[in-house]
Design a protein around this ligand. Sequence first.
Ligand SMILES: Cc1ncc(COP(=O)(O)O)c(C=O)c1O
Length: 473
Amino acid sequence: MDNRLGGKMFILDYRSRQPLHKKIYQKLKKQILSGELQPDTKLPSIKNFSLELSVSRNTVEHAYQQLCAEGYIHSRPRSGYYVSSIDPEFLPRDLCKIHTAHQEVSGFEKLYSYDFHPAILSAESFPVNLWRKLYLDCLKEDPKQYSNYKDQQGDFALRCEIQKYLARSRDVSCDPEQIVLCSGLQDSLSKVALILQENHSAFAIEDPGYFVPKKVFQNHSFSITPVPINLNGLDLNSLQNTNSTVVYVTPSHQFPLGYVMPVTNRLKLIDWAESVGGVIIEDDYDSELRYSGKPIPSLQGLHPQGNIVYVGTFSKVLSPALRISYMVLPFRLLTVYRRLFSDYFTNVSFLEQRTLYKFMEQGYWDCHLRKMRIVYKKKHDALIQSIHHHFGSQGNIIGQGAGLHVVLELVGNPLNEEELIERAQARDIRLFSLSGTYFHNNCISSQVMLGFGSMTCEEIDQGIESLYQSWFL
Ligand SMILES: Cc1ncc(COP(=O)(O)O)c(C=O)c1O
């Protein structure tokens, strides 16, 4: 099966078990990166390419969409798909080194046949065409609005949209005044750390938990105390035995174990904060993605007047590359924020803010959420089914029902995490370390994290089958 593209035969490797769309995607990407396909080269139409390769149109379309989403190609209205020009800074230095599509390329992540990374999204997560249209609509507006530095807390109209969304979906009770646009969690937490530094110095984090809060507060000279996780999320007795007055929690879907903090514990946590004059940082990072059971309202909504900083992100449902997130500050902390940051400027691009505003205001955000919930629920269900099918009683699933990953605990397998990851890698499967989420980086034998966002249901099943074979056969 071959075809001419860029003056060369386009031959697919039939020995590999990868899905066809991935083979096409990787081959085209390799040709673009190596310069074999020059910027502005027109790609064959989906119809012609699928006929020439004897594959379905969907297969070619899927490959093109992935390349589009990643910026390697773009479509021109009524004309077709063209190779995009890539900043030379990002091109590999020694092009001759690229022998296989799987080889690591300078500046780019290694591609795996099966990628179980917990924070990589599905290609359709970012609605490229719609985003482009809305972005262009912004550019047609009065250019005067792009000639100054704009609101330090972020575009007020966008903050109003976020406030409405948080009120109706997360029961967060706040004023748009309290919302600050940020460029990701590390940015929000850096600001919060500066605000809290005046009165606090001891910070408690979930163990296991997300590594960013630890790093940020360490960098701001806080002492860090890990607090264990139990089936109800953060262990409150252990928290009470620390000298911390600031705590970071993921109560609606604990990262990485997926537990939900029940309302009684949430109220106890709020009591704790009141009694020590403390502050709770609630990270609601993937609250949009719940596939079963009732939606869980935010902790902030239980005590809007309390010292709770609520943080959220557009990284899980839209794109982590956008770097747009937000935080809701209680009024007491908002006053300090305004004092400390009065001379600062926002670090979120105003054009992206306006595009996001249009996206939310015109109702696309709600549609997109519904669509992505369906997309990820399918993948989530495929993963659960596949684990049951291939592992049976040799695998326990922890933290299912929400988000973009689960934890798999192996039963009756003597391999430790390092060995499990190594064996997977030998089969071209990427796993993300769970022990890295523990404060002391201790190896939890026989548990691995399985993200399902970036793969198709078919790939998920093949990947799980291959994992089982590599560990048990
Ligand atoms: C627990 C947690 N919070 C927040 C985020 C998102 O962070 P950001 O907004 O910086 O993309 C992630 C990303 O993986 C996460 O795992």
